[in-house]
Design a protein around this ligand. Structure first.
Ligand code: BEZ
Ligand code: FE
Length: 290
């Protein structure tokens, strides 16, 4: 096409595809171009607005390094990460939720009933559940990788005062598919807002808070690895998670347990907890591998 107009630019773009372009690339790029071109026309985007958008993307790249990926955070606050999760979910399985930037590889393997809180103080929670597949079959030997914030709101990788293994652990389900551990209640915290994502949140009057949560990565042979989070039902940010990670099946009630009722055996903290504590139950249901 020699004379490109605002009416034919999308078709022209598609006609420029070379013969070796794969069908899926064609589909993705044609749709992306159509939506982008419509967006420009619909909003009558100005030169100044487009320049600012490109500067924001450049800043996003400049802030990205091995420790921090600002593009992932941008995808999270735009709701794209969660939408990709949702369109590939199986309603019979546990919903997946954002991975976030604080998962560490090679967390320590911990025994059934181990404690993650170490010397740190906070409301003790006892967490237990099973791993099963969508047919209800309990899965022995599944890996349940857990990570969370310390009571100061920081992950160990953000906090030089914490051991990197602090509040991280990988549990292996027993022959009945069960896992269990103790920890302290995680706290609500803010996503990093000192870069372009912070500017975007500010410009749209949004806060950077996430409801408190426990992160889970659950894997088992023959099943799709589940990356998810578990939220307490009373968190004030449950209805306004800035990365759109909350799903109904991921919200659990913290059940108050009376002082003196902590299990006398089976837990690393057995015999050491006299105060009141809370318990939560969370089962992870895995999809079969495609
Ligand atoms: C997190 O939960 O750790 C997290 C998720 C998305 C963006 C930032 C943090
Ligand atoms: Fe988190």
């Amino acid at each position: 096409m020699r004379t490109v107009t605002s009416d034919n630019i999308t078709d022209t773009f598609i006609n420029y595809f070379g013969p070796d372009t794969s069908p899926r690339t064609k589909q993705l790029m044609a749709s992306l171009a159509a939506h982008l071109h419509d967006f420009v026309k619909e909003t009558q985007l100005s030169h100044d607005e487009w320049r600012k958008a490109l500067e924001l993307l450049k800043w996003t790249g400049d802030m990205t390094n091995d420790e921090r990926n600002e593009f992932v955070l941008l995808s999270d606050v735009l709701g794209v990460s969660s939408l990709v999760d949702m369109i590939h979910s199986d309603p019979k399985a546990t919903s997946s939720s954002v991975l976030g930037p604080f998962h560490v590889l090679h967390s320590p393997e911990r025994a059934y009933g181990a404690d993650l809180k170490g010397d740190l103080e906070g409301e003790i929670i006892l967490v237990e559940g099973v791993v099963k597949d969508t047919q209800g079959k309990l899965i022995a030997g599944a890996k349940v990788d857990i990570w969370q914030t310390a009571p100061n709101g920081m992950y160990s990788s953000q906090d030089p005062a914490q051991d990197i293994d602090s509040f991280h652990g990988i549990f292996t389900t027993d022959e009945a598919g069960r896992y269990a551990f103790t920890t302290v209640r995680p706290v609500s915290y803010t996503v990093p807002s000192d870069g372009p994502v912070g500017v975007l949140l500010d410009a749209t009057g949004r806060h950077p808070w996430r409801p408190s949560h426990l992160h889970y990565m659950v894997s088992a042979p023959g099943c799709r690895t589940l990356v998810t989070e578990v939220f307490p039902s009373d968190d004030p940010y449950l209805d306004q998670d800035t990365v759109f990670g909350v799903r109904e099946d991921l919200v659990v009630q913290y059940q108050a347990q009376a002082a003196g009722s902590f299990p006398t055996s089976g837990f690393e903290l057995s015999g050491k907890v006299n105060q009141a504590y809370s318990s939560i139950h969370f089962d992870a249901i895995l999809m079969k591998d495609a």
